[in-house]
Write a protein that binds this ligand. Structure first.
Ligand code: FES
Ligand SMILES: [Fe+2]
Length: 355
């Protein structure tokens, strides 16, 4: 965005065009210019502790897997066999002693080198060294595993922006995974992020949360590709945790002994998945029922937004709404998110306003 737009905090901001929430071409551009360029969370180091452990999923619409090699280092590749494009490693976390393609049995090592093509036949002109798996950049940061399709990426720490600094005082590595909740939803991922980025709607959609927090005093503070949320309680107690969104699609919440990490994953112009991983600090004295209640409370608050996001999606897609003004008091996080989307998709549009 231009320096001028950043320098005028009081200028009224408008939301990105409605058609960006339903357009297949925008979805394609986002995969290429946002999700394929950023460091993306693929999973957690604790899921792949041993040599041969694997973790596979799509990142920016392309299948990727991570494998821990014999020396304990992480390697990542496109999950595509160089023979006839079979998927090598099953989705999710797993383990393989040898990387053997399930289609015709080609063998690769954990460095991605093609080692054997059983029963292939004589082919003196075939150069095995040119048929290694396509590497993908991978890095671990504090127990989280990130990959990027960018061929010349920054370091993961640079890529994570202010997340590195604001998470410093929290013991991320000590949390242990507890549970996962997955929602398949019929709306655009930006529609969900917009909703996440403001506390303006709390009195209307979240009666329970509204009884506990002072929605008027809810703040969202943008940093470098991160927005920090703060919600003072009604009793005025200071809340000592961390609650943030990180560009483009993860949120992190730390509440006492609990940690939630959420991924907002686009699956199409009007489809997304919301994946919440719940973690807790190890504590033999912890009451499992109390932890179950905490997770359930989070799910309930999250679910309270879904109907509104569905209704908004329908109206964004209808062709009868274009853009709306963003509240200077409550929607600065939405404005910041929209700036990042505009900058990624159409740099020349960063100052666009309706006429
Ligand atoms: S597709 Fe992998 S061995 Fe044929
Ligand atoms: Fe909400």
């Amino acid at each position: 965005m231009s320096e001028a737009s950043m320098a005028k905090p009081n200028r009224l901001r408008w939301s990105i065009p409605a058609r960006w929430y339903a357009d297949p071409e925008i979805h394609r551009l986002e995969q290429e210019r946002i999700f394929a360029r950023e460091w993306m969370l693929i999973g957690f180091a604790a899921q792949i502790p041993n040599p041969g452990d694997t973790l596979a999923r799509d990142i920016a619409g392309r299948p990727v897997f991570v494998i821990r090699n014999r020396e304990g280092a992480l390697r990542a590749f496109l999950n595509v066999c160089r023979h006839r494009a079979a998927r090598l490693v099953p989705e999710g976390a797993g383990h393989c002693d040898v990387l053997r393609c399930p289609y015709h049995g080609w063998l690769y090592d954990a460095e991605g080198r093609l080692k054997a093509l059983p029963e292939f036949g004589e082919a003196p002109e075939l150069d095995k060294s040119k048929l290694g798996l396509v590497p993908v950049r991978v890095a671990e940061w504090r127990g989280l595993v990130f990959v990027t399709h960018d061929r010349n990426p920054s370091t993961v720490e640079e890529g994570l922006g202010d997340l590195v600094r604001v998470a410093e005082r929290f013991p991320l590595e000590r949390f242990e995974w507890q549970d996962r909740t997955l929602y398949q939803l019929d709306f655009n991922w930006k529609n969900y992020v917009d909703n996440y980025m403001e506390g303006y709607h709390i009195p209307y959609l979240h009666p329970g949360l509204n009884r506990e927090t002072e929605a008027k005093a809810y703040t969202v503070t943008p940093g470098d590709r991160v927005c920090i949320h703060r919600a003072p309680t009604r009793t005025g107690a200071t809340y000592d945790g961390l609650w943030l969104w990180r560009w483009p699609n993860i949120t992190i919440g730390i509440y006492g002994d609990g940690l939630n990490i959420t991924r907002i994953v686009p699956h199409g112009p009007s489809q997304m998945a919301l994946e919440i991983d719940f973690f807790f600090l190890p504590d033999p004295k912890a009451d499992p029922e109390d932890r179950r209640r905490k997770m359930q409370w989070t799910r309930e608050v999250v679910e309270e937004d879904f109907d509104m996001c569905r209704a908004v999606q329908r109206n964004l897609e209808g062709g009868y709404y274009e853009t709306g003004p963003l509240s200077p008091r409550h929607e600065n996080g939405v404005a910041y998110f929209h700036d990042l989307v505009r900058r990624a998709l159409a740099p020349e549009l960063t100052d666009q306003e309706p006429h």
